[in-house]
Design a protein around this ligand. Structure first.
Ligand code: GLY
Ligand code: MN
Ligand code: MN
Length: 454
């Protein structure tokens, strides 16, 4: 049952804070969902836009919901604005019954009554989450209420955010079970899109097919990327407005979110169900690199080294199929892999698609990215090599006499007519002895063609 899961997460946090000498008589405040209207209207941009730290510790994602809990008593309270008869009917708000029955809280309090509430508890400290996310550079949500100003002397904004970052870096067994379910739904959705794609559909129809299968998902983990033909060369192509044409290779990068856990999976397949010559050749280069990289995942493996191996596998594969020529180590030293794959091999995944990692030091909240760390049990990661025919990078290479002689441009032009880009992406958990691949979709050319024909 959910409420026990969130209570356990709060207990993990409590243990961590106690080890940092935070007094047990402390209150933790978290801001949850934000009403985030589009820039020129009152339409809510994303009804499930919730602070992942709130989701991890508390659970529900309703509009304008915040929460507070007391370390010593474990009492949980939801905080909402006092319902206004002129606007309260727009959105669901947490009720006393739900707070107590479903979430195991003591009840709901109103923002306007916070001073009274705090004066009754008389906490020694009030902890707020505040920090900059390393991936985006954006400030994360901080609970804020004018009544808190009266308690400024006991408010601390330095301890909570890094403590939560550390907890979220290593996933619990239950986190991984939720992620497994997010991935299972995501795979069903991908298989549905793959099987039902038809020439003449628009790219967004693939996202619709995906969502039709992910019945228990909370929401998408990130906006679907469905690039057909040349659009597959844009890493985060999210327009999805073009028509799917005969002969196109399609790159679908789509993930479901389940109980806050995000899946991130990419499949690449031919619109008409049959790989053309260059589609098959390029696809198999990426698949080989992907399989090799996945096989190296285990505790203490250096993800940066795995990434280097993967870039070299891709370059070797491109030599083998005649799109490049020369020595792979020399190409790697000249950064030529960046022309074909201008992104990292993978990232941490969890309560965010691009999730937090181990922190760099104790004094701020910046964290390492996956290629900068050694793996550990409980980390969840993606492995997502790709090859993309990106005009601006290929033209740059052509004009750079230092590297242009490694490229076989007439063959590249030929292949580019059939392939915009290929990415193959799995979501996995690191286990005691290796990894648990949470992704199960048709992967080989044979499997994909058979699935699409079935
Ligand atoms: N879907 C975004 C990524 O693969 O990182
Ligand atoms: Mn990814
Ligand atoms: Mn992805």
């Amino acid at each position: 049952m959910s409420k026990e899961y969130y209570l356990e997460n709060r207990r993990r946090l409590t243990r961590s804070l106690m080890s940092k000498k935070v007094p047990a008589n402390s209150l933790i405040f978290l801001k949850g969902n934000v009403y985030y209207p589009e820039f020129d209207s009152d339409t809510n941009y994303d009804p499930l836009l919730c602070d992942p730290n709130f989701k991890y510790l508390i659970g529900p994602e309703y509009r304008e919901l915040s929460a507070c809990f007391h370390l010593l008593s474990e009492n949980l309270y939801f905080i909402i604005p006092k319902p206004d008869p002129d606007t309260a009917f727009f959105a669901y708000a947490m009720t006393q019954d739900e707070a107590v029955g479903t979430w195991g809280a003591k009840g709901v309090i109103y923002e306007e009554e916070l001073e009274k509430f705090i004066n009754e508890i008389k906490p020694e400290k009030i902890l707020l989450s505040s920090g900059i996310d390393s991936n985006s550079g954006h400030a994360t949500p901080t609970y804020d209420n004018p009544e808190l100003a009266k308690f400024a002397t006991i408010v601390d904004k330095t301890i909570l955010f890094p403590a939560l970052n550390d907890l979220r870096t290593i996933k619990s067994e239950q986190d991984i079970e939720f992620l497994r379910k997010a991935c299972a739904m995501t795979c069903l959705g991908h298989k549905q899109a793959m099987k039902n794609v038809k020439v003449g559909m628009r790219e967004f129809n693939l996202a619709a097919l995906f969502f039709s299968q992910t019945l228990e998902m909370d929401s998408w983990a990130y906006p679907p990327i469905c690039g057909s033909g040349p659009n597959a060369a844009y890493l985060h192509y999210e327009l999805n407005t073009d028509e799917i044409k005969d002969g196109h290779l399609i790159l679908c990068d789509m993930g479901a979110k389940y109980k806050g856990l995000c899946a991130d999976i990419t499949c690449t397949f031919p619109a008409n169900g049959k790989f053309s010559k260059w589609q098959e050749l390029v696809y198999n280069v990426v698949l080989k690199a992907q399989v090799n990289a996945v096989a190296k995942l285990r505790p203490f493996a250096d993800y940066g080294e795995i990434q280097t191996g993967s870039y070299k596998d891709l370059l070797q594969g491109l030599v083998d199929i005649g799109l490049m020529k020369g020595d792979v180590n020399e190409m790697f030293a000249k950064n030529i892999h960046r022309t074909w794959m201008p992104h990292g091999l993978g990232h941490f995944i969890g309560y965010k698609t691009h999730d937090v990692g181990p922190r760099k030091n104790d004094t701020d909240s910046s964290y390492f990215r996956l290629p900068e760390v050694k793996l550990n049990r409980g980390m969840c990661v993606t492995v997502e090599p790709g090859i993309y025919f990106i005009d601006i990078l290929l033209n740059q290479a052509k004009q750079d006499s230092n590297i242009s002689n490694f490229f076989v441009f007439d063959k590249i032009e030929e292949a580019k007519k059939e392939v915009g880009g290929v990415r193959i992406e799995d979501t996995l958990a690191i286990t005691e002895n290796g990894y648990d691949n949470l992704t199960n979709v048709p992967r080989t050319v044979k499997e994909i063609e058979a699935w699409m024909a079935s």
